[in-house]
Design a protein. Structure first.
Lengths: 113, 113
């Protein structure tokens, strides 16, 4: 079955710096890749997603890139702020049932003021 | 607020017992998904219902069952509980049965003692 590996497990950056989180998936049939942000004790919230027919997508300070050949995708956060501190999860699924998500193990991002 | 309502917020019970977790999807959403979040397994897809019918199954134990009622609310039943079932259980909903973003509820924290 599908497996999603996420790195690093923890990431500490200085406010204003960029943060990059990387994920690798195993099933080449996967073609929908969302990213979720989960603050402590709260629900996961979708922050950005990308389909396999798109190589990159941006939303203000957040961008996601996808390399289908290598089967990996990355989350880029620029100009980080303390409120970006949270656990970030990547996930993969197949278009046609995008709710059946296989999640990575999560990255704890700490942004130091 | 995502519009997805889960009750109860917390549940403490003993091994061997049975509990029921309840979820009301966002207004207009026909799909309900159940996810389990534990420290060792991360976020795992359990099961999906669409308009009252089971649509997809994940790593759901035989001791667990779910259903979606005509009013579209869903219940997740966990029986013969074990210590390892202690986790955060999330419900999520989406408009359709595919290709729609998931909106997560705030979760039910289950503690088995």
């Amino acid at each position: 079955g599908e497996n999603v590996e996420q790195h690093p497990s923890t990431l500490s950056v200085q406010e204003g710096d960029s943060a990059v989180i990387k994920c690798t998936y195993s099933d080449s049939a996967s073609n929908y890749f969302p990213w979720y942000k989960q603050e402590l004790g709260k629900r996961p919230q979708l922050i950005i997603d990308i389909r396999s027919n798109v190589g990159e997508k941006k939303d203000q300070r957040i961008a996601v890139t996808l390399n289908k050949t290598a089967k990996h995708f990355s989350l880029h956060i620029t100009e980080t702020q303390p409120e970006d501190s949270a656990v970030y999860f990547c996930a993969a699924s197949m278009w046609g049932n995008t709710g059946k998500l296989i999640f990575g193990q999560g990255t704890t991002l700490q942004v130091k003021p | 607020d995502s519009g997805v309502t889960q009750t109860p917020k917390h549940l403490i019970t003993a091994t061997g017992q049975r509990v029921t977790l309840r979820c009301s999807p966002r207004s207009g959403d026909l799909s309900v998904y159940w996810y389990q979040q534990s420290l060792d397994q991360g976020l795992q897809f359990l099961i999906q219902y669409y308009n009252g019918e089971e649509r997809a199954k994940g790593n759901i134990l035989e001791r667990f069952s779910a259903q979606q009622f005509p009013d579209l609310h869903s219940e997740l039943n966990l029986s013969s509980l074990e210590l390892g079932d202690s986790a955060l259980y999330f419900c999520a909903s989406s408009v359709g049965d595919s290709n729609s973003p998931l909106h997560f509820g705030n979760g039910t924290r289950l503690t088995v003692t």
